[in-house]
Design a protein around this ligand. Sequence first.
Ligand SMILES: [Mg+2]
Length: 418
Amino acid sequence: MKLNMRIQDIRATTVTVPLEAPLRHANGCHWGRFVRTIVEVETDNGIVGLGEMGGGGESAEAVFRAMKSYLVGRDPARLEEMRFLIANPTASLYNNRTQVLAALEFACLDILGQAWGVPVCDILGGRLRDRVPFATYSFFRYPNPRTGRGEVRTVEQVIENIRALKQRFGFTTHKVKAGVFHPDYELEVYRAACAAFPGDSLRFDPNAVWSTEQAIRFGQGIEGLRNDYLEDPVYGLNGMRRTRQMVCVPLATNTVVVNFEQLAANALNPAVDVILLDTTFWGGIRACVKAAAVCETFQLGVAVHSSGELGIQLATMLHLGAVIPNLSFAADAHYHHLTDDIIEGGLLPYENGAIRVPDAPGLGVKLNREKLKEYSELYRRLGGYAYDQDPGRPGWTPIVPNDRWADPKDDRTPPIPY
Ligand SMILES: [Mg+2]
């Protein structure tokens, strides 16, 4: 055991890792790959902790380089102090570093686990489960521009895609990500999916692009189905509150309750039933554990949200899922859309719809240096992408509430460089 470690260096490497096919969402598209910044924090005794951050299709290397002047020489165990050092609530008015804090917290927890010889979940209170169950994360997809395969657009394709994922990974909960086409068409899709998997539970997420009245109309249209919840049908706490008054389906959010201020507002005047905790959006695993405790107090539901992870962030989701008692729903992960990973051993495997919580000290995942090099070179070749744009609809700007839907009969394959 080593006490009094000091942070000596922070390194960041941007990678891009291919997806099976481009994933369409309400505000644009994941253009056939994720762009992630991999963070390495090294201590004076040679321990390297790993972190990961998204960045909306762009590199976040520069901000981590800037963090060296804040953190070099600091003790990686002082996580509460680090929160105030780089993301205190008033300084954050000038520089929103919540996601940066999260990536650095992941790395510091990884360091502490390795130094103390325990997995991160043991630092967070100890595991309550060895496996975290996950949901099918079904997206509308463009065909892979290289192979021409993988399109998900029609009702039949959605059901076939869910069936294939269920068969391959063992999922019994299915999330339908939508907000791409007119809500009447998406209601048809969701009803068909519920009918096709009668023993399973389902959830629907249009990414908050509807009007409140549309949300009520859709919500009433799915009452009586085997819904986990309806996720972010509308943007804003009051829109969610109005929807909740009119619809007998639990509402979930990863958009309007993403910090403690909003969590307090939701406890005082409920608008949302299920809080989807994202280790990145909330500023770290520990913030999510604290939020889960508030939810436990107020008897709000909790699930684990996915913001498009590689194996390092997936490990943070697994350690979070392991320690929160009130995890009453399967977690979300984009992970099964990836074709590869930058961690040793490749993609973490699913067993009966669940992933094992790592046992090794720290986060329990290690970088595969060759893969890191391969995918950082791919990033250098391809660069970033416009996360909030749809390559199939150049010039399109989604508004909220949206009425500029894609056409489900449009079967063109947009040219996306790989
Ligand atoms: Mg969502």
